[in-house]
Ligand binder design. Structure first.
Ligand code: DSN
Length: 426
C-alpha cells in the first residue's frame, strides 16, 4: 500500500491509520472505503495542476488533459443521476451548499431547513455556520412521538416566514422525504427547493429511495458517503431554468441558473478545482453505474434494516423505530448511558461510531443521548445478513457490559479476529 518512507513521521502515521481502518468495524454513517482506482487518481500528478474555470474555458494553459477529465466526470454524473446540469468542482458538501446559497440569496434573506438537532446539517441554517450567520434561518422539526418530519410544522413555518429557499436533506434523518409535498408548498410561496442528498445519493442514483431530482430545483451532494467516491461535493439540476430575478448576462439575455451557480462555485466561493479529486469523482460515477454497485447499495439498505430489527429485539430504542436508509439513530436513554461515553466504550472494542444528538435531546452535542450507526462502510467489506447480526450482538455486548473493562477487552479480541474475515478490497 504505502512505499514512500521519505517523511517517516507522516508515513508511519498513514500506516497506522491504514491498520486502524483495516482492523476496526466502521459504523460511521458518513464514511466509506473507496476503490483502489480512486485512491490512485487522488494520489496522482493531477494534484499539481491549476485549472480555474470550466473545461475549455480556463485561466491557465496546459489544461487539455484535465479538460477531458472534468468533461467525462460531468457526463458520467449526468448519466448516473439523469440530470441536465452538474458542477463537479465543489471541494465538499458544505462548499456545494455555500455556492448554491450564494447563487440564490442575499444577506439576511430567509431560509428554512431541518433543525440540526433533529437530523439536519450545519449548512442548513445552523446559527454557528455561514447559513445561519449570513441568512435569517428557521427550522422545522421532527414529531416527538414518531421521529418523522413534522410536515405541518414545515408548512406552517413556510407560510409564516416565507423563506426564499427550503432545504431538505440531513445528516442523521433515517427516513425518506416527501419531496413532492415540499415542492408544492415552495411553489405556493415562490421558494426554491434545494435537496442535499449527501448521505443518500447512492440510493437516489438507483431509485432505492424517493427521488428528489424531478421535484427539487437544485440538488447538492457529497461524493464520499453511500456513493463511495472521493471526499468532495457536486451540484446538480434536473432541468436548468432562467433565474427568477431576471438577471441578464453581457449579451442582454436572462441568465440561466447554471450560469449563476457556476460562477458562485468559481470565482464566488472557490479558486482552483481539485483535479485529482475530480478524476476520483469520475471513476466513482462510473463505478456507481455498475451492477456490482447496485448489489452493494441494495445490501447497504438490507444490512441497515436487519441491524435495526436486531437492536430493537434487544430492547434498544431507535428514533422512528427503524430506518429507510443506511443510518440508525439509537436513543440510549433507556440504557441509562450517554452517547459520548458509549462511543468511547465501543471504540475500545474496535467498533467505531459517533455520538449523536437525538431529537429534543436534553444533553449537549458534546455528550448526547444517542449514537448514530451506518452500514455503508461495513457493507463495502462484503458484510451480509448474518454478519450484520453478529455486529449488532457485539454492540449489544459492549453496552450491556459498559462498566466491565475485562469483558470489553474480550469483545475486542473477538472483533479483531472477526473483522479479518472481511478484507478491505477497496
Ligand atoms: N459530518 C457529516 C456527517 O457525518 O454526516 C456531515 O457533514
Amino acid at each position: 500500500m504505502i512505499h514512500n518512507e521519505n517523511d517517516k513521521t507522516i508515513f508511519d502515521l498513514i500506516k497506522k491509520e491504514y491498520y486502524r481502518q483495516t482492523n476496526t468495524i466502521n459504523l460511521i454513517a458518513s464514511e466509506n472505503y473507496v476503490s483502489h482506482d480512486i485512491m490512485l487518481a487522488q494520489g496522482s500528478c493531477l494534484t499539481n495542476k491549476y485549472a480555474e474555470g470550466k473545461p475549455n474555458n480556463r485561466y491557465y494553459g496546459g489544461c487539455k488533459n484535465v479538460d477531458l477529465i472534468e468533461s467525462i466526470c460531468i457526463d458520467r454524473a449526468k448519466k448516473l443521476f439523469k440530470v441536465e446540469y452538474v458542477n463537479v468542482q465543489p471541494h465538499s458538501g458544505s462548499q456545494a451548499n455555500f455556492a448554491v446559497m450564494l447563487s440564490l440569496l442575499k444577506f439576511n434573506d430567509v431560509i428554512l431547513g431541518l433543525d440540526l438537532q433533529h437530523g439536519g446539517h450545519l449548512t442548513h441554517g445552523s446559527s454557528v455556520n455561514f447559513s445561519g450567520i449570513l441568512y435569517k434561518s428557521y427550522s422545522f422539526k421532527l414529531n416527538k412521538n414518531t421521529g418523522l418530519i413534522d410536515y405541518t410544522d414545515l408548512k406552517n413555518k413556510a407560510y409564516k416566514f416565507k423563506p426564499k429557499v427550503i432545504i431538505c436533506g440531513g445528516s442523521s434523518y433515517v427516513r425518506d422525504w416527501d419531496y413532492k409535498f415540499i415542492r408544492t408548498i415552495a411553489d405556493s410561496i415562490n421558494a426554491i427547493v434545494v435537496a442535499d442528498i449527501s448521505h443518500i445519493s447512492g440510493f437516489v442514483a438507483h431509485n432505492l429511495m424517493n427521488n428528489p431530482i424531478p421535484y427539487c430545483h437544485i440538488i447538492t451532494s457529497t461524493t464520499h458517503k453511500t456513493l463511495r467516491g472521493p471526499r468532495g461535493g457536486i451540484i446538480m439540476m434536473h432541468k436548468d431554468f432562467p433565474n427568477p430575478w431576471n438577471l441578464k448576462n453581457k449579451n442582454n439575455k436572462i441568465k440561466m441558473m447554471s450560469e449563476i451557480i457556476d460562477s458562485s462555485v468559481f470565482p464566488g466561493t472557490q479558486g482552483g478545482p481539485l483535479m485529482h479529486v475530480i478524476a476520483g469523482k469520475a471513476i466513482a460515477f462510473l463505478e456507481a453505474n455498475s451492477k456490482e454497485y447496485y448489489n452493494y447499495i441494495l445490501q447497504v439498505k438490507k444490512n441497515a434494516n436487519i441491524l435495526s430489527q436486531y437492536l430493537i429485539s434487544k430492547n434498544y430504542e431507535l428514533i422512528s423505530g427503524g430506518t429507510d436508509n443506511h443510518i440508525i439513530l439509537v436513543n440510549l436513554c433507556n440504557k441509562n448511558v450517554n452517547g459520548a461515553y458509549i462511543e468511547q466504550k465501543l471504540e475500545k472494542a474496535n467498533l467505531i461510531v459517533n455520538k449523536n444528538v437525538i431529537p429534543y435531546d436534553q444533553k449537549s452535542s458534546k455528550i448526547t443521548s444517542g449514537i448514530r450507526l451506518g452500514t455503508a462502510a461495513i457493507t463495502s467489506r462484503n458484510i451480509k445478513e448474518k454478519d450484520i447480526i453478529e455486529i449488532g450482538e457485539f454492540i449489544n455486548q459492549v453496552i450491556q457490559n459498559h462498566n466491565n473493562d475485562n469483558i470489553i477487552n474480550k469483545i475486542k479480541q473477538n472483533t479483531s479476529n472477526w473483522i479479518r474475515k472481511f478484507p478491505l478490497n477497496h
